[in-house]
Design a protein around this ligand. Structure first.
Ligand code: MRU
Length: 370
């Protein structure tokens, strides 16, 4: 494998903070310093705190939420984003709604209406609904039961991501791995799906170099993925999306790994816009294309990706970068926030219960059945 002078060195565990000591699945504390969680529960004031992902990496600002409407707005505006993190935030939002005495059906309806694509949101809200029903049957105080469920969802997400890491790490070949958007700690309960696999592979000694797509228009790759790897002490090289094909053709990328927002029964994957393009490029260049996601992302009730609702966000987010207008007045823009990668382009789907390979209709159903 040749290395051009501009490339950073391959990472080994001894170069990074990953070595000391690596996280493994088992009993995990929500405040473990080796995690990078975008949310924390303030038990003294009964409030949810979210790190503002629109301000990272330049400012680390934590906002405080004492009721569900604020949490819904934080999800909609992407202060908190990433499929599992959205689900966890919504779960805490339901608990806050109960604490304030809001009707549960209104609370859940408000949170459901925030973002349409990530299955994890609907999965978490349905768990919260069931927990509320159970609390009534058991005669338990509603807020106490719902907070406990939200914390269980949070903890289980970290556990699932650690298991995804364990299953996925052996799949990554030594060399350069490209990831898209941010599927790291900030997008989850604190460990990450695609980035979790990279972390676990590094911990196991795989020699890896990391490329991150900048990911227009929100720049989750440039701002958040790069921030996570810098914090981990792992060298990371930023690409604009248009560079991937050229670098693959030059033999400079050995694998691609991404997260997912929703996966249909046939293995079609909805993920951040640009993922489909990478998958086509990866197949053209004979490079494995891995998707890493917990079971909470699977939607086996949907036959194919055609049924996945794709969020269309404001064109203003494309016409500007933050508050800086980049296109002339009069220009218009499209902003589908996600795309669907056909299952035929996906080498394997790495879940917390094992690795699914084509044909996905059978392998995913088998994994979920246990
Ligand atoms: O619009 P976002 O930032 O919420 O989109 C996030 C992604 O597409 C991630 O790749 C996906 O949620 C996987 S998260 C582990």
């Amino acid at each position: 494998m040749s290395r051009s002078p501009s490339q950073p060195p391959l990472s080994s565990p001894s170069l990074s903070s990953l070595a000391a000591p690596p996280l493994t699945s088992g009993s995990i504390q929500l405040d473990d310093p080796r995690l990078l969680s975008p949310l924390r529960w303030d038990a003294v004031h009964s409030e949810l705190q979210l790190i503002d992902q629109l301000k990272l990496p330049h400012e680390e600002i934590w906002h405080t939420y004492g009721e569900h409407l604020g949490v819904a707005e934080a999800i909609r505006t992407m202060i908190v984003r990433g499929a599992p993190a959205i689900g966890i935030a919504a779960a805490y939002g339901v608990a806050l709604g109960a604490l304030r005495g809001a009707p549960l059906s209104d609370v859940i309806a408000t949170l459901r209406a925030t973002r349409p694509t990530a299955k994890n949101l609907f999965w978490a809200l349905s768990r919260m609904q069931s927990a509320a029903e159970q609390a009534r049957v058991d005669g338990r105080p509603l807020f106490e039961a719902l907070l406990q469920e939200a914390q269980a969802i949070h903890r289980q997400d970290i556990e699932m991501c650690l298991r995804i890491g364990e299953f996925g790490a052996p799949l990554l070949p030594a060399g350069t791995v490209l990831t898209h958007c941010n599927a790291g700690g900030l997008a989850t309960g604190g460990y990450g799906t695609a980035i979790g696999v990279i972390r676990s592979a590094l911990s196991q000694g795989t020699m890896l170099r990391v490329f991150a797509d900048e990911t227009r228009p929100y720049l989750q790759g440039a701002r958040l993925t790069a921030y996570e790897f810098v914090r981990l002490g792992v060298p990371v090289t930023l690409l604009t999306e248009g560079m991937a094909g050229f670098l693959m053709a030059r033999g400079e990328i050995q694998s691609v790994i991404v997260g997912a927002d929703r996966i249909a029964a046939n293995g079609d994957v909805a993920n951040k816009i640009g993922t489909y393009t990478l998958a086509v490029l990866a197949q053209t260049h004979g490079i494995p294309m891995y998707v890493a996601a917990p079971r909470s992302t699977l939607d086996l009730d949907l036959a194919s990706g055609r049924e996945i609702p794709i969020e269309e966000r404001s064109p203003d987010e494309v016409l500007s970068i933050g508050s800086l207008r980049i296109a002339p007045r009069g220009a218009s823009a499209r902003h589908p926030a996600f795309d669907v990668t056909p299952a035929t382009l996906v080498t394997a789907i790495i879940t917390d219960v094992g690795v699914a390979r084509p044909p996905y209709h059978d392998s995913l159903a088998r994994l979920v059945r246990g």
